[in-house]
Design a protein around this ligand. Structure first.
Ligand code: 13P
Ligand code: SF4
Length: 306
C-alpha cells in the first residue's frame, strides 16, 4: 500500500469512517475502500453500517441515498461536482408534470435520481432489482419509469409490462454503439458480451447477458469463458480482472468512461477525511418522503444477491 493509501486508512480509523466505493471508481480508490459494490449493495451497506461517518466514493445521488437511509450518520462526498447527468435530466418539476398527466400511475424511480424525485416516487430500484420490482406490481397498474429510458425499455421487455418511460439516459453508456460490439466480437471470436442495462436497446440486444455491475461480477466468476467482452464503464474491469486472474476482460468501448465517477481521487478521499467535507444532507421533509421509496428498494432482493 502506498503512503497516500496508508494515510487514508489511518484517517478512516481516526474518524470511525467506512469508505464505500462504486464499481466505477478508479482502481486506487477501489483498493483503499472497505467495500466496493453496485448501487444496491452500497445502499444496503450505508444503511447497515455502525460507522459514524460514511465516505461515499461515487456520485452525488449515491451519497444522497445514504443520507436518506442514515440521517444520523455523517455522509461525505469527496468532490461535490461529482454529479450524474441522468439525474439532471429529470428535474422534479418535469416528473410532477408527468405524474399529473397520469394520475394514479405507480412511479418506479431508478436510484440515479434526486432526493426530490425519489420523494415523488412510490418505489425506487437499481439496475440489480428493477425487473423484480416491476414484475411484482399489480397487473393492471399504469407504470411510470423514471428517469432512464434504456433501463426502462429493457425492464419492459423482460417483464412484458408496458411502462411510460421518462426520456433520460446515461451519456457514458449511450456512447457504446452496436459497431463497438461488432468490432469486439470480431477481435475476440466466441467471447460472450455482457452489457449494463443503461446501454441503448440496440446494444443490449446484441449482448449475451444484460447485467448490473454486481451481476457482471457473478457472471465473470461462474462463466467457463476465458475471454469476456464488457459493455459498461471501463473501471469495472479493474474488479473483474482482480477477482478473476485467469480470465481476460475486454472493454466494448474505451470511450465508456464516466467523468463524474473519475472526479473522486485518492487525494480527494484523504482531504475529505482530513476536513470532514463535503457533508451531504437532505432536507427532512424530502428525506422522509423519499425514505419510503428507498426502503422498498433496499428490501427488494435482487436475484442471486448475496
Ligand atoms: P449499478 O450497476 O450500480 O446500478 O451501476 C450503474 C450506474 O451507472 C451507477 O451510476
Ligand atoms: Fe450517471 Fe452514467 Fe456516470 Fe452512472 S455511469 S454516474 S449513470 S453518467
Amino acid at each position: 500500500m502506498d503512503k497516500l493509501a496508508q494515510r487514508v486508512r489511518e484517517l478512516a480509523s481516526q474518524r470511525r469512517a467506512v469508505i464505500l466505493a462504486h464499481n466505477y471508481q478508479e482502481a486506487a480508490v477501489q483498493e483503499v475502500a472497505d467495500f466496493v459494490g453496485d448501487s444496491l449493495e452500497l445502499s444496503r451497506k450505508a444503511a447497515a453500517t455502525d460507522a459514524e461517518t460514511i465516505v461515499f466514493c461515487g456520485v452525488y445521488f449515491m451519497a444522497e441515498t445514504a443520507a436518506i437511509l442514515s440521517p444520523r450518520k455523517t455522509v461525505l462526498l469527496p468532490d461535490l461536482q461529482a454529479g450524474c447527468p441522468m439525474v439532471t435530466m429529470a428535474p422534479v418539476e418535469a416528473v410532477r408534470q408527468l405524474k399529473a398527466k397520469h394520475p394514479g400511475a405507480i412511479v418506479v424511480t431508478y436510484v440515479n435520481s434526486s432526493a426530490a424525485v425519489k420523494a415523488e416516487s412510490d418505489i425506487c430500484c437499481t439496475s440489480a432489482n428493477a425487473a423484480q420490482i416491476v414484475a411484482g406490481l399489480p397487473a393492471d397498474a399504469e407504470i411510470l419509469f423514471v428517469p432512464d429510458q434504456h433501463l426502462g425499455a429493457y425492464v419492459s421487455k423482460v417483464t412484458g409490462r408496458k411502462m411510460i418511460l421518462y426520456p433520460g439516459c446515461c451519456p457514458t453508456h449511450a456512447a457504446i454503439s452496436p459497431a463497438d460490439i461488432a468490432a469486439a466480437r470480431a477481435a475476440h471470436p466466441g467471447a460472450p458480451v455482457i452489457a449494463h442495462p443503461e446501454c441503448r436497446a440496440e446494444v443490449s440486444e446484441l449482448a449475451d447477458e444484460v447485467l448490473s455491475t454486481s451481476g457482471m461480477c457473478r457472471f465473470a466468476a461462474t462463466s467457463p469463458a476465458r475471454v469476456i467482452i464488457v459493455a459498461t464503464e471501463t473501471a469495472m474491469l479493474h474488479r473483474l480482472r482482480k477477482e478473476n486472474p485467469g480470465k481476460t476482460f475486454v472493454p466494448a468501448s474505451e470511450r465508456a468512461v464516466c467523468p463524474n465517477m473519475k472526479r473522486i481521487t485518492l487525494e480527494k478521499v484523504a482531504w475529505s477525511l482530513e476536513d470532514m467535507r463535503y457533508v451531504v444532507t437532505v432536507p427532512e421533509e424530502i428525506r422522509v418522503k423519499a425514505l419510503r421509496a428507498v426502503e422498498r428498494m433496499v428490501q427488494e432482493r435482487a436475484p442471486n444477491a448475496n
